[in-house]
Structure formats: structure tokens, C-alpha cells
Design a binder for this molecule. Structure first.
Ligand code: AMP
Length: 303
């Protein structure tokens, strides 16, 4: 018989939120992580996007937060670090969904592209959960605005991506500012190389959770096309994009400037193309992603 969320001894408010969301049974990464995390163990889970990893760390964290803190004062009790603002927004949204019946629950995302003032005000009070990207959190830490003395749970989501993006020093600085007594929950697509080394440094006797990879990649055909020069490359791209079977496409370029140049060129040729990169204002990035989701944008050119 498969495990149900009702078997996991979750708080009734969390359970009812899950049921109203329509989730009855945990995914494999949730079934294997949640019981250990509820016991207070550290976790090192290899899990990809789509595995249900977000709930795997949020549900035990919310359960933990239902017990009152014995430490008064300001600052967060739990921290999720994510590589991007978009992922932070998604994690925060999921937290609010699962905590919908915990009326006292307070969360804020600490990410670039939004108001410092709001974030500073949120950090000057007791707060249950912050979801942060390393860069903005470091900015606020440098100006003395973050007090981690109440922190009980630290989570790294997509740890491998954070290292790929060059956040290793920031992560080490942030972790060093948190109490040794914390619980640490780490999620990453892989533990190979530097990310595994970091994980072993940050955790104490972690439960290692490995779930079978959902082999989505099996459905992706890989092709390598050789071209003689830029003109040839652009003609090949044009040919690929005119394939009637292609509904939407993402094109990655090596530089932020190139996303704009290429998106403009494609737009001129009549494609519904937009660019996406880290220097664009947040509102613009959000609109572009919404256009992609709604199908108004057919080709996204991104870093
Ligand atoms: P994630 O891997 O965390 O990005 O989650 C992938 C998707 O699965 C999200 O849309 C979740 O809302 C959804 N999800 C998470 N847990 C469950 C579950 N136990 N049952 C069904 N869907 C879920």
C-alpha cells in the first residue's frame, strides 16, 4: 500500500492545506525525506525539478515552525537559499499554499530587483521563513540587517546550480553566520564534485536520499549542427525555428547583450521572440515569463 500524507504525522493545518491542494500521496523524494526531516535529521537529497522537492523541504520545515521558538527577537527561523529570483518566488508561493491555514505564518523573499525598504522592515521583526537569493541576502548581511540568532532550519535548493552560478563564497559566508545547532536540508540534482564536498561540510550525519531520476531527457533529441560562419548560423537557426512542429523554443546565448541582439533580429523577421537576462528589471522579466507561459512569446532568447 502506498504511503499517504495522512500517515506522515503532519500537523492538521498542513495536512488540510495539502488535501485542499489535491495532494494525497507524497512523491518518492517526499516520502523518503519528510520522515527523517521531521525527526530533526539533516538531509542530502538528490532531486530534480519536477520531483516534488519543494514540498519535501517545506512541509517538515513548516511542521517545525508550528512549535514556538524559545528565542525572542528579530530575524528568521528558517531560510531557503535558491539560485534565482524566479525559483525564490515559486518556493515562497508554495510555502504560502501549504501554510494557508497557519494564520500566524510570516514569510518574505529577499531577492534582487525588489525594494530594499520592504525587505529591511521584514527582517527587523520576528519572521518564520525567508526565501533568498545569495546576492541580495549578502548585501543585507553586509549592512548588518540580518540577525540569524533565531535560525533553526537552513535549506539549500538547487545547490548545484548555485555553485554553477559562482555563489560558493556567498553560501559559505551565509552558512557561517547561522547557528551550529541548525537543521540543514540540502537539495541538488547531483552531489558530484564541489557540491558534494560542500554538502558534507554543511551537514551532520545526513540522511542521504536518492530517488530514481525521472528520465525526461530521454524525450529530448540532441543534434549538433556545424556552421561555417555567423551568416550560416543565422540561416540554420531560421530554418530550425520555421519547423511547423516547433510550438515554443528557448535559445541560450553566451552573453546578456547577445540575447537582446538575437531577440531583436528574430522579432524583425516576424517571430514572437523575447529576451530574458539578469540585467532586465524584475517587472519586465516577470512579464516575459508570463508571455511565455501564455504562449504569447514563442521564442525566448536567454542566458
Ligand atoms: P517541484 O519539484 O517542487 O518543483 O514540484 C513539481 C510539481 O509537483 C509542482 O507543481 C508541485 O506543486 C507538484 N507536487 C508537489 N508535491 C506533489 C504531490 N505529493 N502530489 C502531486 N503533485 C505534487
Amino acid at each position: 500500500m502506498s504511503v499517504k500524507f495522512a500517515d506522515l504525522n503532519l500537523d492538521k493545518n498542513i495536512l488540510s492545506a495539502l488535501l485542499s491542494t489535491g495532494y494525497e500521496s507524497p512523491t518518492p523524494v517526499q516520502a523518503q525525506s519528510i520522515p527523517h526531516a521531521l525527526e530533526g535529521r539533516d538531509i542530502m537529497a538528490s532531486a530534480q525539478t519536477g520531483s516534488g522537492k519543494t514540498a519535501a523541504f517545506l512541509l517538515p520545515t513548516l511542521q517545525h515552525l508550528t512549535r514556538r521558538s524559545d528565542k525572542p527577537g528579530k530575524g528568521p527561523r528558517a531560510l531557503v537559499l535558491t539560485p534565482t529570483r524566479e525559483l525564490a518566488a515559486q518556493v515562497e508561493k508554495n510555502a504560502l499554499t501549504y501554510a494557508q491555514n497557519m494564520k500566524w505564518f510570516r514569510t518574505v523573499s529577499i531577492v534582487g530587483g525588489s525594494s530594499f525598504g520592504y525587505q529591511i522592515r521584514a527582517l527587523s521583526k520576528p519572521i518564520d521563513l525567508i526565501v533568498a537569493t545569495p546576492g541580495r541576502l549578502m548585501d543585507l548581511m553586509d549592512s548588518g540587517k540580518v540577525d540569524f540568532s533565531r535560525l533553526e532550519v537552513l535549506i539549500l535548493d538547487e545547490a548545484d546550480r548555485m555553485l554553477d552560478m559562482g555563489f560558493i563564497d556567498d553560501i559559505e559566508t551565509i552558512v557561517a553566520a547561522t547557528p551550529e545547532t541548525r537543521q540543514t536540508l540540502l537539495f541538488s540534482a547531483t552531489w558530484d564534485g564541489a557540491v558534494g564536498k560542500l554538502a558534507r561540510k554543511l551537514t551532520k550525519n545526513p540522511e542521504v536520499v536518492e530517488v530514481e531520476r525521472v528520465d525526461e531527457q530521454g524525450k529530448i533529441e540532441e543534434q549538433l549542427l556545424y556552421c561555417d560562419d555567423m551568416r550560416h548560423k543565422n540561416r540554420l537557426l531560421d530554418h530550425i525555428l520555421r519547423d511547423a512542429n516547433i510550438d515554443q523554443a528557448v535559445i541560450f546565448t553566451s552573453t546578456k547583450a547577445m540575447t537582446e541582439v538575437l531577440a531583436d533580429e528574430l522579432y524583425e523577421k516576424g517571430f514572437a521572440a523575447n529576451c530574458l537576462h539578469g540585467d532586465m528589471p524584475q517587472g519586465w522579466r516577470n512579464r516575459t515569463l508570463m508571455d511565455l507561459r501564455k504562449g504569447r512569446c514563442k521564442i525566448l532568447v536567454a542566458t
